[in-house]
Design a protein around this ligand. Structure first.
Ligand code: TYD
Length: 221
């Protein structure tokens, strides 16, 4: 009889725009590959063909007048598609899934930043994400001013592309302060799932710290 594969692990990366999480996610994927673990990497919003179309609507700075509740619904629409099409099949096949942002982003940005509140986000999550939570979330904490400045520089450099992804980066310092505070509150509430890592040191300092956290939390050799 065929042996059922051991289910994979689900790890998400969270933090403010420009905190370096995408780079760290790729570096962790490289490390896990070296350990012989099959890994897939993905991102939100996006990660599927349908999700990438939703992403274009959400992030394009030409999208004007999007209601915060509609914004939250689109974030969850992209996520529900990704769970069905990418995350659950991969986990069932024993792969590890590394996802750049997940529901904590919705709680921080729509719940905190847009002030819809945590409860609305968590209730939507239970229905639309079938209660799927990561085994581990790496929250890369950084200060608001330097992260946002970095994200804006990066997006200016990509400004020649057809659609820009600047809609969130145009938000105020006060908005990102609310986002950061919401993240800190999630970390306080769920210390068993969320590990906070200081994102301010250089890339080469942060990576080993993330590897240490993953080893410790997921009992990796
Ligand atoms: P991302 O591409 O990860 O941007 P960055 O690399 O700058 O961090 O995310 C796109 C933007 O979408 C980011 O500003 C955060 C926002 N976002 C939400 O507001 N809610 C969500 O649920 C998600 C997943 C992202």
């Amino acid at each position: 009889m065929a042996k059922r594969a051991e289910p994979g692990r689900f790890i998400t990366f969270e933090g403010l725009d420009g905190c370096g999480k995408s780079t760290q996610l790729e570096k962790l994927a490289g490390f896990l590959n070296q350990q012989g673990i099959e890994v897939i990497t993905t991102r939100e919003p996006g990660g599927t063909e349908i999700g990438e179309r939703i992403r274009a609507v959400l992030l394009d700075s030409r999208t004007a007048g999007l209601d915060p509740h509609a914004e939250m619904a689109l974030m969850f629409a992209s996520r529900a598609q990704q769970i069905a099409q990418v995350i659950l099949p991969a986990l069932e096949a024993g792969k590890w899934v590394l996802c750049d942002r997940y529901t904590d982003s919705t709680e921080a940005y729509q719940g905190g930043g847009r002030q819809l509140g945590s409860e609305a986000v968590l209730r939507a999550h239970e229905v639309l994400c079938r209660g799927l939570w990561p085994d581990l979330t790496i929250l890369m904490d950084s200060d608001v001013s330097s992260s946002v400045a970095r994200a804006r520089r990066r997006n200016r450099a990509a400004a020649h592309e057809e659609s820009d992804e600047n809609r969130f980066e145009k938000e105020s310092h006060a908005f990102f302060t609310r986002v950061r505070n919401a993240y800190l509150e999630i970390a306080r509430r769920e210390p068993q799932r969320v590990a906070m890592v200081d994102a301010r040191p250089s890339l080469d300092v942060v990576h080993p710290e993330i590897v240490r956290v993953v080893r410790e939390r997921l009992s990796l050799r």
